[in-house]
Design a protein around this ligand. Structure first.
Ligand code: FEO
Ligand code: CA
Ligand code: CA
Ligand code: CA
Length: 826
């Protein structure tokens, strides 16, 4: 709370031509008049305008000597709003030329007043748990030094969603709610260095290692100070660290890619490789409020599938990681299919390698050259493409010593693993730590977090003295949810260390990897993946583990051995910054079945945590068609817990679907969704991440696109256990029904709303905000994905601002702001 003190008044002479008087006395400088009014406007509408009763401070003389007119002040009375919204206080002084005006706060939680030394000041209403009154004082001074003051109060209510839901649509633009503005910030191909020409977008561009990558996915904003140092509080200048998951190949080359099956040109493949990976790009906000990226920033960096990497953690140096490039298994080149992400409090980014397996050429003929264990492992990770995605390894490079194409061929061709790239697939599937503030740093693959189809690695809330954890989904049908718990209790002094990757070594290279088992009664357990514990041993029948490096390289096999619960495709994780509860998107699962179905080796039957099998017209496919969002609460609310409770926050479904067995969360036209993927809570540095934090949900869907393009919703969820149990009736392929009891949270109702709909053919991917929550960054990935050069199906982002027929679509990052400057979503 700010205590109020009378302002210090300095006499200013000669500046005001209506003030011919002699120097006033101190008494005449102080006029307190409480009989005025304030108007409030902006994010709040002025409520009652009260007229305060008059009264002069004892000893003050309202009437001036020598004819100076009295100063009459009109200032505020009262108004009400809610956390995160903009409040403007207007003060009006009449009766004399005013030489100075100011506002100060007199009571309530401290807020930052901008323009405080004027007749209008604004602030962002703080997040409060219950209605709270803030007091302010307006002071005006005239040329004689006469002072008049008036008080006003503003009542702040807890944060609430502050927009009308966007309607579902299939337009070729990004749609945001009324009162919001969307602008395109950073597009695939945009140059990242001063000498790189603007992107022509006609298939003739080059130098993609210095351009924005394709398929922007997860992103995170890292603040920069005016002098270019790390500043976690800066909301006007920062670095976006962004994953570039994949490519829309048909739009990259002048006449489309060379036909598959043959030898691919080095030039085309170089472009395709360079468009993968990560970009680090400086962005800044002008005084006008407009955001732009900084083309020539020294921080700009592309990390590609060719960038040198260090292998860290328990698998460093393992025979499983040795290749012709790295005969000792301590280094590697590049990162690929970077999907979701994670962060650390010491200012680094965790990029996660998801669908890497398909990039490798390894036809079935290679099995004969592998050990039985290798065949099991390669099959479990799906390394079995006859060509590899896009046929990169077919390139015959101009420089025979160049192995950046050759490494995508994972066949056994040499006398041992240091003579070929048979182990190159083992170099991917990791969480990779990047220091965005040091463009020269070498990213480190953190093998302690296990190897899988890493979707993301979001941290639990950090508590001093407690071992921190990161939650991770493995995105494939019937795969698992993992947690890494560091061996090192958190020391808050490490947050601002200048040696960020060394702090990463401290927390991310030693610890315990766990996998989740979800029980039908709403409890669950974290099962350790530690060599020698449980079934993770050299006598495990499915796969005989050799050591902890083998366990981590083959975390899926270790999770199988421990009896983890197969899930409906675990995508992103997010952690509520207030409660610490972890949310997980389970995007959909075409390989979920019910009792009585024929169940193949790759299929699983329903259970309490994955309870639905149904169809969603027009498709006739069965399974969990629309996905759901699960959440869990750790026992004792600590990241170190080995047990938890869980429920389902929301089941995806069209609002037209069966309310008893499919649309279990009662979604309506304002919030029905399918295939949740991206997931993120508002940052705790602003009202969207405090008290009742906002949960942002993004979709990557093909089941609901007959109704709407992919979308982003925002909700204000409750807590695990705020609902109850529900019995779901499923029907098998023979028409026989069976039931499963699940745990479902309270229906979201109007506390979940559609905030954005994307353009045609896109999915909505990354999302983050500035620390103040007033600028939201969102990635629009692969617009026009289903089209061809002959039939371009989206012209976005060019279409965002007008007709753009013929323009090739580009993945791009948009900036969303609230027109009145408030916290986005509130
Ligand atoms: Fe790259 Fe699981 O989405
Ligand atoms: Ca439908
Ligand atoms: Ca994803
Ligand atoms: Ca997805």
């Amino acid at each position: 709370m700010e205590s109020f003190a009378l302002p210090t008044v300095s006499y200013t002479d000669g500046e005001i031509d209506t003030n011919p008087s002699a120097t006033p006395t101190l008494n005449s400088l102080i006029e307190q008049r409480y009989s005025r009014r304030t108007t409030l406007r902006g994010g709040v509408n002025a409520a009652a305008i009260a007229v305060f009763g008059g009264g002069l401070l004892a000893g003050c003389d309202e009437d001036t000597t020598n004819g100076e007119p009295a100063l009459s002040v009109v200032a505020g009375s009262s108004g009400a709003t809610s956390g995160g919204r903009v409040v403007t206080l207007n003060g009006t002084a009449t009766g004399a030329q005013v030489t100075a005006q100011s506002f100060t706060q007199t009571s309530g939680p401290a807020v930052t007043l901008s323009g405080a030394n004027s007749g209008a000041t604004t602030f962002i209403a703080p997040a409060v748990a219950s209605a709270t009154t803030l007091g302010f004082r307006y002071t005006a001074t005239n040329g004689s030094g006469l002072i008049s003051q008036a008080d006003t109060t503003v009542t702040i209510n807890p944060p609430a969603l502050g927009f009308t839901a966007v309607a579902k649509n299939r337009n070729d633009v990004v749609t945001v709610p009324a009162g919001y503005t969307v602008n395109v910030l950073y597009r695939m191909g945009d140059p990242l260095a001063a000498n790189v020409p603007a992107y022509r977008n006609d298939g003739t561009d080059t130098n993609f290692a210095q351009r924005a990558g394709d398929h922007g996915d997860a992103l995170y904003y890292y603040g920069l100070s005016a002098s270019g140092g790390r500043d976690d509080n800066s909301s006007t200048r920062g670095l976006l660290v962004m994953n570039h998951e994949n490519i829309t190949e048909q739009y990259l080359h002048a006449n489309g890619p060379t036909a598959p099956g043959g030898i691919r040109p080095e030039g085309e493949v170089t472009i395709e490789i360079d468009l993968h990976g990560v970009s680090i790009v400086e962005v800044s906000r002008a005084a006008s409020g407009a955001w732009s990226y900084v083309q020539n920033s020294p921080f700009n960096r592309r990390i590609t599938p060719n960038t040198p990497m260090a292998i860290n953690g328990p698998a460093r140096g393992s025979a499983l990681l040795r290749t012709a490039f790295s005969p000792t298994g301590v280094a590697g080149r590049g990162t690929i299919n970077n999907c979701a992400n994670g962060v650390t409090p010491w200012g680094t980014n965790l990029t996660c390698e998801e669908n890497w397996a398909g990039y490798f050429r390894r036809p079935s003929s290679d099995n004969a050259l592998r050990s039985a264990k290798e065949v099991v492992a390669l099959a479990r990770y799906g390394v079995g493409s006859s060509t590899g995605n896009y046929g990169w390894s077919t390139v015959v490079p101009a420089d025979p010593a160049n192995t950046i194409f050759r490494k995508w061929d994972a066949r056994v061709t040499g006398s041992d693993a240091t003579q070929d790239y048979r182990n190159e697939p083992n170099q991917y599937g990791w969480v990779v730590e990047i220091d965005p503030y040091d463009p020269a740093s070498t990213p480190r693959k953190r093998t302690a977090l296990g190897r899988m189809n890493h979707e993301g690695a979001w941290p639990g809330n950090f508590v001093a003295g407690v071992r921190p954890a990161w939650y991770m989904g493995c995105d494939a049908q019937n795969e698992y949810v993992y947690k890494f718990v560091s061996a090192t209790p958190w020391a808050t002094a490490d947050a601002q260390s200048a040696t960020r990757l060394a702090i990463g070594d401290k927390y991310l290279d030693a610890g315990t990897l766990y996998v989740a088992r979800f029980n039908a009664d709403g409890t669950g357990e974290w099962l350790p993946l530690v060599f020698g514990q449980g079934n993770v041993t050299s006598t495990n029948p499915a796969y005989a583990f050799a050591d902890q490096a083998d366990v981590l390289v083959h975390a899926r096999l270790a999770a199988d051995a421990q009896g983890a619960t197969p899930m409906d495709r675990p995508e992103w994780t997010a952690v509520n910054p207030v409660t610490g509860e972890m949310y997980l998107t389970l995007t959909n699962n075409a390989n979920r079945r019910v009792p009585g179905d024929t169940v193949s080796a790759s299929q699983r039957v329903v259970d309490a945590a994955n309870p639905r099998v149904y169809t969603d017209a027009p498709s006739t496919a069965r399974g969990n068609r629309n996905g759901h969002i699960l959440r869990l609460r750790e026992q004792g609310d600590t990241t170190e817990a080995l047990r938890f409770t869980w429920d389902i926050y929301a089941f995806g479904a069209g609002s037209d679907l069966d309310a008893t067995n499919v649309n279990l969360s009662g979604l309506t036209a304002d919030n029905d969704f399918s295939s949740p993927d991206g997931l993120w809570f508002g940052r705790p540095t602003n009202a969207s991440g405090q008290v009742t934090p906002l949960l942002w949900v993004q979709t990557d869907d093909g089941a609901f696109t007959d109704v709407t393009n992919n979308q982003m919703l925002v909700g204000m969820p409750g807590r695990v256990g705020d609902g109850g149990t529900r019995t779901v009736t499923n029907t098998n392929a023979s028409g026989v029904t069976s039931t499963v009891v699940t745990r479902i949270g309270a229906a979201p109702g109007t506390q979940l709303r559609r905030f954005l709909v994307g353009p045609i053919g896109c999915e909505i991917t990354g999302v983050d905000s500035t620390p103040d929550g007033r600028t939201l960054f969102v990635n629009i990935q692969h617009p026009g994905e289903g089209g061809t050069l002959a039939n371009i199906t989206s012209n976005w982002p060019a279409s965002q601002t007008g007709p753009a027929v013929g323009s090739r679509p580009r993945s791009a990052t948009v900036v969303i702001t609230k027109n009145d400057g408030g916290v986005v979503g509130l």
